[in-house]
Ligand binder design. Structure first.
Ligand SMILES: [Fe+2]
Length: 203
């Protein structure tokens, strides 16, 4: 007996969506497409995409550390830091997209999912619970330091290999933004008086 729930056309097409599909990957992680009109050798693109994926994993981790800090911050400066952490989060979201799309543009495959990021990142894992502001700031600054150190090396290597687009991205966008954010955080760790200035004693 014919199945009445479906009425395929004579050529086999049907309006029924095909759910739960799986198939082999169309490109493996860690590979690059062979032929692209970029005037960059495959070996160069392999090395650059590998390094950019490390930078991506660390940047995604820093991005999420900012959101954790935004949610969990406590204390008299709650409002100011709550807003600052979210501003930096938004900026890191943009950097994540720029790095990931650079990897795809070079013919590679971007790391994407949280469990893969967790395996790759070199940024220290924070506890699930809440931490005091000085610890939050210190963790964020340590993460910036990891990224800034890598970016400087990556920029030099990209320059050596002739990948000027990657050099430009990592210096103009990634390095400059991370340096600026690190400055904004660092100034919060200066033990400057809020109410009582130290009096200057006459000699
Ligand atoms: Fe929020």
């Amino acid at each position: 007996m014919k199945n009445k729930r479906e009425s395929p056309a004579s050529d086999g097409t049907t309006a029924q969506p095909r759910f739960h599909q799986r198939a082999a990957e169309i490109q493996a992680y860690g590979t690059v497409n062979h032929l692209l009109p970029l005037e960059l050798e495959e070996t160069v693109r392999l090395e650059m995409t590998a390094q950019l994926n490390q930078l991506l994993a660390d940047t995604m981790t820093l991005r999420d550390l900012y959101k954790k800090s935004h949610w969990q911050v406590a204390g008299p400066t709650f409002y100011q830091l709550h807003l600052l952490f979210d501003k930096h989060f938004d900026e890191q979201v943009e950097l994540v997209d720029s790095i990931a799309e650079r990897i795809q543009l070079l013919g590679g495959v971007s790391i994407a999912m949280a469990h893969d990021v967790a395996e790759m990142t070199r940024i220290e894992r924070p506890p699930r619970g809440r931490e005091a502001i000085p610890v939050q700031l210190s963790r964020l600054l340590d993460a910036h330091q990891v990224i800034i150190g890598q970016v400087r090396k990556l920029a030099r290597r990209a320059g050596e290999l002739g990948d000027d687009g990657t050099t430009d991205l990592v210096v103009s966008e990634i390095l400059r933004r991370n340096e600026l954010q690190a400055w904004f955080l660092s100034e919060h760790l200066v033990d400057a008086p809020l109410v009582h200035a130290e009096p200057v004693h006459a000699k």
